[in-house]
Design a protein around this ligand. Structure first.
Ligand code: SF4
Ligand code: SF4
Length: 101
């Protein structure tokens, strides 16, 4: 990591703590910036909420831990920056509720 690098993971507090140590200051929108950069031109799963029955299969099968269940028991792409567009979630969803777009 160079002195200009901006650290990010999925924990904003941790990001800030590390950035403060490494770069000397925190960045309010690090994660949003990195997400935009990392998800550009990438196919991402779009989840049809009406079709999702909340089985959690896609969450279990995602090799990148990019998906999770929300408090309505619907799958969401919580970490788009982690997704590698492998399509496993689309393939595994028994209700055809996921499509990579
Ligand atoms: S596999 Fe399909 S139905 Fe099951 S939680 Fe995921 S999106 Fe919903
Ligand atoms: S496309 Fe692959 S990496 Fe992305 S959310 Fe689906 S299973 Fe996970």
């Amino acid at each position: 990591m160079t002195s200009h690098s901006v650290w990010y993971n999925n924990n904003v507090e941790k990001d800030n703590e590390i950035n403060k140590k490494v770069v000397g200051k925190t960045f309010k929108c690090d994660r949003e910036y990195v997400m935009k950069k990392e998800t550009k031109n990438k196919k991402l799963p779009v989840i049809k909420r009406d079709w999702c029955k909340g089985c959690g299969i896609c969450v279990e099968f995602c090799p990148q831990d990019a998906l999770s269940m929300d408090d309505m028991e619907k799958a969401i792409l919580e970490y788009p920056e982690k997704c590698n567009s492998c399509g496993i979630c689309e393939l595994r969803c028994p209700d055809l509720a996921i499509e990579l777009e």
